[in-house]
Design a protein around this ligand. Structure first.
Ligand code: NAI
Length: 215
Protein backbone atom coordinates (compact mmCIF):
# COMPACT_ATOMS: atom_id res chain seq x y z
CA UNK A 1 0.00 0.00 0.00
CA UNK A 2 1.43 3.40 -0.96
CA UNK A 3 1.56 6.21 1.57
CA UNK A 4 3.01 9.11 -0.40
CA UNK A 5 2.93 12.62 1.07
CA UNK A 6 0.27 11.96 3.69
CA UNK A 7 -0.39 15.11 5.68
CA UNK A 8 0.27 15.11 9.41
CA UNK A 9 -3.37 16.17 9.87
CA UNK A 10 -4.51 12.86 8.36
CA UNK A 11 -1.99 10.87 10.40
CA UNK A 12 -3.23 12.57 13.56
CA UNK A 13 -6.78 11.42 12.82
CA UNK A 14 -5.80 7.77 12.35
CA UNK A 15 -5.58 6.86 16.07
CA UNK A 16 -9.16 8.03 16.44
CA UNK A 17 -10.32 5.81 13.54
CA UNK A 18 -8.35 2.99 15.12
CA UNK A 19 -10.04 3.48 18.49
CA UNK A 20 -13.57 3.59 17.03
CA UNK A 21 -12.96 0.58 14.82
CA UNK A 22 -11.58 -1.31 17.83
CA UNK A 23 -14.83 -0.56 19.70
CA UNK A 24 -16.89 -1.75 16.73
CA UNK A 25 -14.88 -4.96 16.60
CA UNK A 26 -15.43 -5.55 20.31
CA UNK A 27 -19.16 -5.16 19.67
CA UNK A 28 -19.08 -7.73 16.90
CA UNK A 29 -19.65 -5.27 14.03
CA UNK A 30 -18.17 -6.70 10.83
CA UNK A 31 -18.77 -3.91 8.36
CA UNK A 32 -19.72 -0.25 8.40
CA UNK A 33 -20.54 2.37 5.79
CA UNK A 34 -18.67 5.66 5.76
CA UNK A 35 -22.01 7.32 6.61
CA UNK A 36 -22.47 5.25 9.76
CA UNK A 37 -18.84 5.69 10.75
CA UNK A 38 -19.29 9.40 10.14
CA UNK A 39 -22.31 9.59 12.48
CA UNK A 40 -20.46 7.68 15.16
CA UNK A 41 -17.29 9.75 14.92
CA UNK A 42 -18.97 13.08 14.21
CA UNK A 43 -16.83 13.81 11.15
CA UNK A 44 -18.21 14.06 7.62
CA UNK A 45 -18.43 10.92 5.50
CA UNK A 46 -16.45 12.72 2.80
CA UNK A 47 -13.65 13.44 5.28
CA UNK A 48 -13.52 9.74 6.15
CA UNK A 49 -13.44 8.72 2.47
CA UNK A 50 -10.75 11.31 1.71
CA UNK A 51 -8.63 10.27 4.68
CA UNK A 52 -8.78 6.58 3.88
CA UNK A 53 -8.25 7.16 0.16
CA UNK A 54 -4.78 8.42 1.07
CA UNK A 55 -3.90 4.83 1.75
CA UNK A 56 -5.51 3.41 -1.34
CA UNK A 57 -9.00 3.35 0.24
CA UNK A 58 -10.32 0.34 2.03
CA UNK A 59 -13.99 0.61 1.14
CA UNK A 60 -16.01 -1.27 -1.43
CA UNK A 61 -18.93 0.32 -3.28
CA UNK A 62 -22.20 -0.86 -1.76
CA UNK A 63 -20.47 -2.77 1.02
CA UNK A 64 -18.75 -0.13 3.12
CA UNK A 65 -15.69 -0.93 5.15
CA UNK A 66 -14.67 -4.30 6.51
CA UNK A 67 -14.06 -3.31 10.14
CA UNK A 68 -11.43 -5.93 10.98
CA UNK A 69 -9.47 -5.31 7.78
CA UNK A 70 -9.56 -1.54 8.20
CA UNK A 71 -8.58 -1.83 11.88
CA UNK A 72 -5.65 -4.09 11.02
CA UNK A 73 -4.46 -1.90 8.13
CA UNK A 74 -4.62 1.31 10.16
CA UNK A 75 -2.76 -0.50 12.95
CA UNK A 76 -0.03 -1.37 10.43
CA UNK A 77 0.16 2.21 9.19
CA UNK A 78 0.53 3.38 12.79
CA UNK A 79 3.27 0.80 13.37
CA UNK A 80 1.23 -1.00 16.02
CA UNK A 81 1.83 -4.51 14.71
CA UNK A 82 5.26 -4.44 16.38
CA UNK A 83 6.08 -3.96 20.05
CA UNK A 84 7.98 -0.84 21.11
CA UNK A 85 10.17 -0.92 24.20
CA UNK A 86 9.78 2.21 26.27
CA UNK A 87 11.31 3.81 29.36
CA UNK A 88 10.16 6.73 31.46
CA UNK A 89 12.62 9.35 32.69
CA UNK A 90 11.31 11.18 35.75
CA UNK A 91 9.23 9.19 38.22
CA UNK A 92 7.31 12.13 39.69
CA UNK A 93 3.58 12.76 39.44
CA UNK A 94 3.32 12.51 35.69
CA UNK A 95 5.91 9.76 35.19
CA UNK A 96 4.21 7.56 37.77
CA UNK A 97 0.78 8.23 36.27
CA UNK A 98 2.06 7.12 32.85
CA UNK A 99 3.76 4.07 34.36
CA UNK A 100 0.53 3.10 36.10
CA UNK A 101 -1.48 3.19 32.89
CA UNK A 102 -1.47 -0.45 31.82
CA UNK A 103 -3.38 0.11 28.57
CA UNK A 104 -0.27 1.31 26.69
CA UNK A 105 0.94 -2.28 26.81
CA UNK A 106 -2.20 -3.45 25.00
CA UNK A 107 -1.07 -1.28 22.08
CA UNK A 108 2.41 -2.78 22.14
CA UNK A 109 4.22 -0.10 24.15
CA UNK A 110 6.17 -2.16 26.67
CA UNK A 111 7.39 -0.34 29.76
CA UNK A 112 10.89 -1.67 30.37
CA UNK A 113 12.25 0.77 32.90
CA UNK A 114 11.68 3.93 34.94
CA UNK A 115 14.51 6.29 35.89
CA UNK A 116 14.97 9.19 38.29
CA UNK A 117 17.68 11.03 40.21
CA UNK A 118 15.91 11.02 43.55
CA UNK A 119 17.55 8.31 45.73
CA UNK A 120 14.35 7.99 47.78
CA UNK A 121 12.67 6.50 44.72
CA UNK A 122 15.43 3.98 44.08
CA UNK A 123 13.96 0.47 43.93
CA UNK A 124 10.32 1.56 44.37
CA UNK A 125 8.20 -0.54 42.03
CA UNK A 126 5.39 0.66 39.82
CA UNK A 127 3.33 -2.17 38.36
CA UNK A 128 6.30 -4.44 38.96
CA UNK A 129 8.80 -2.15 37.22
CA UNK A 130 11.47 -0.84 39.63
CA UNK A 131 12.58 2.79 39.52
CA UNK A 132 16.32 2.92 38.78
CA UNK A 133 18.87 5.68 39.18
CA UNK A 134 20.21 7.56 36.17
CA UNK A 135 23.70 6.06 36.47
CA UNK A 136 22.20 2.75 35.31
CA UNK A 137 20.61 4.35 32.24
CA UNK A 138 23.41 3.83 29.74
CA UNK A 139 23.86 0.10 30.20
CA UNK A 140 20.11 -0.46 30.60
CA UNK A 141 19.23 1.28 27.33
CA UNK A 142 21.93 -0.55 25.46
CA UNK A 143 20.96 -4.00 26.72
CA UNK A 144 17.15 -3.64 26.57
CA UNK A 145 16.63 -2.49 23.00
CA UNK A 146 14.89 0.68 24.15
CA UNK A 147 13.25 2.58 21.33
CA UNK A 148 11.13 5.24 23.07
CA UNK A 149 11.82 7.41 26.12
CA UNK A 150 9.06 9.43 27.79
CA UNK A 151 10.53 12.60 29.30
CA UNK A 152 8.67 13.66 32.41
CA UNK A 153 11.36 15.71 34.12
CA UNK A 154 11.71 19.47 34.78
CA UNK A 155 12.23 21.38 31.55
CA UNK A 156 15.64 22.70 32.69
CA UNK A 157 17.01 19.14 32.52
CA UNK A 158 15.17 17.96 29.43
CA UNK A 159 17.70 18.88 26.72
CA UNK A 160 20.68 17.43 28.57
CA UNK A 161 18.82 14.17 29.29
CA UNK A 162 17.43 13.94 25.75
CA UNK A 163 20.96 14.17 24.35
CA UNK A 164 22.14 11.47 26.74
CA UNK A 165 19.32 9.21 25.56
CA UNK A 166 20.11 9.82 21.91
CA UNK A 167 23.82 9.19 22.46
CA UNK A 168 22.87 5.78 23.85
CA UNK A 169 20.67 4.76 20.96
CA UNK A 170 17.13 5.89 21.90
CA UNK A 171 15.50 6.97 18.64
CA UNK A 172 12.16 8.42 19.76
CA UNK A 173 11.27 10.85 22.54
CA UNK A 174 7.78 11.35 23.94
CA UNK A 175 8.40 14.80 25.33
CA UNK A 176 6.21 16.14 28.12
CA UNK A 177 8.70 18.78 29.29
CA UNK A 178 7.69 22.22 28.10
CA UNK A 179 10.75 22.88 25.98
CA UNK A 180 11.90 22.29 22.41
CA UNK A 181 14.56 19.60 22.27
CA UNK A 182 16.18 20.42 18.90
CA UNK A 183 17.48 16.91 18.29
CA UNK A 184 18.95 15.56 15.04
CA UNK A 185 16.45 14.86 12.22
CA UNK A 186 16.72 11.10 12.61
CA UNK A 187 15.29 11.33 16.14
CA UNK A 188 11.51 11.23 16.28
CA UNK A 189 10.02 13.63 18.81
CA UNK A 190 6.37 13.82 19.83
CA UNK A 191 5.62 16.79 22.08
CA UNK A 192 2.62 16.48 24.38
CA UNK A 193 1.10 19.55 26.00
CA UNK A 194 -2.02 18.94 28.04
CA UNK A 195 -2.28 22.68 28.64
CA UNK A 196 -2.75 23.25 24.90
CA UNK A 197 -5.66 20.84 24.94
CA UNK A 198 -7.07 22.72 27.93
CA UNK A 199 -6.73 26.04 26.09
CA UNK A 200 -8.62 24.52 23.18
CA UNK A 201 -11.33 23.53 25.65
CA UNK A 202 -11.39 27.05 27.03
CA UNK A 203 -11.75 28.45 23.50
CA UNK A 204 -14.67 26.12 22.81
CA UNK A 205 -16.36 27.16 26.06
CA UNK A 206 -16.04 30.84 25.09
CA UNK A 207 -17.34 30.17 21.59
CA UNK A 208 -20.30 28.16 22.91
CA UNK A 209 -21.17 30.92 25.37
CA UNK A 210 -21.01 33.58 22.67
CA UNK A 211 -23.21 31.59 20.35
CA UNK A 212 -25.79 30.93 23.07
CA UNK A 213 -25.72 34.42 24.60
CA UNK A 214 -29.23 35.79 25.21
CA UNK A 215 -29.57 39.02 23.31
P1 NAI B 1 7.53 16.07 39.54
O1 NAI B 1 8.36 17.09 40.22
O2 NAI B 1 6.47 15.37 40.32
O3 NAI B 1 8.48 14.95 38.90
C1 NAI B 1 9.68 15.21 38.24
C2 NAI B 1 10.63 14.06 38.54
O4 NAI B 1 11.78 14.19 37.70
C3 NAI B 1 11.11 14.00 39.98
O5 NAI B 1 10.89 12.72 40.53
C4 NAI B 1 12.59 14.33 39.88
O6 NAI B 1 13.37 13.69 40.88
C5 NAI B 1 12.90 13.82 38.49
N1 NAI B 1 14.11 14.40 37.88
C6 NAI B 1 14.58 15.66 38.00
N2 NAI B 1 15.71 15.80 37.28
C7 NAI B 1 15.94 14.61 36.69
C8 NAI B 1 16.96 14.13 35.85
N3 NAI B 1 17.96 14.91 35.42
N4 NAI B 1 16.90 12.85 35.45
C9 NAI B 1 15.91 12.03 35.86
N5 NAI B 1 14.92 12.43 36.67
C10 NAI B 1 14.93 13.70 37.07
O7 NAI B 1 6.91 16.80 38.28
P2 NAI B 1 5.67 16.34 37.40
O8 NAI B 1 4.46 17.03 37.87
O9 NAI B 1 5.65 14.87 37.27
O10 NAI B 1 6.05 16.99 35.98
C11 NAI B 1 7.16 16.49 35.27
C12 NAI B 1 7.38 17.31 34.01
O11 NAI B 1 6.28 17.19 33.16
C13 NAI B 1 7.55 18.81 34.27
O12 NAI B 1 8.49 19.30 33.32
C14 NAI B 1 6.17 19.38 33.98
O13 NAI B 1 6.21 20.71 33.59
C15 NAI B 1 5.76 18.47 32.85
N6 NAI B 1 4.33 18.34 32.67
C16 NAI B 1 3.90 18.37 31.39
C17 NAI B 1 2.60 18.18 31.09
C18 NAI B 1 2.23 18.18 29.65
O14 NAI B 1 1.06 18.14 29.31
N7 NAI B 1 3.19 18.25 28.76
C19 NAI B 1 1.58 17.96 32.11
C20 NAI B 1 2.14 17.91 33.44
C21 NAI B 1 3.48 18.11 33.70
Amino acid sequence: MEERGISQAVIRRLPRYYRYLGELLENGVERISSNDLSKKMKVTASQIRQDLNNFGGFGQQGYGYNVKYLYTEIGKILGLEEDHNMIIIGAGNLGQALANYAAFENRGFILKGIFDVNPRLNGVSIRGVPIRMMDELKSFVQSNDVEIAALTIPKEKAIEVANLLVDNGVCAIWNFAHTDLNLPDNIIVENVHLSESLMQLSYNISRYRQEHKQS
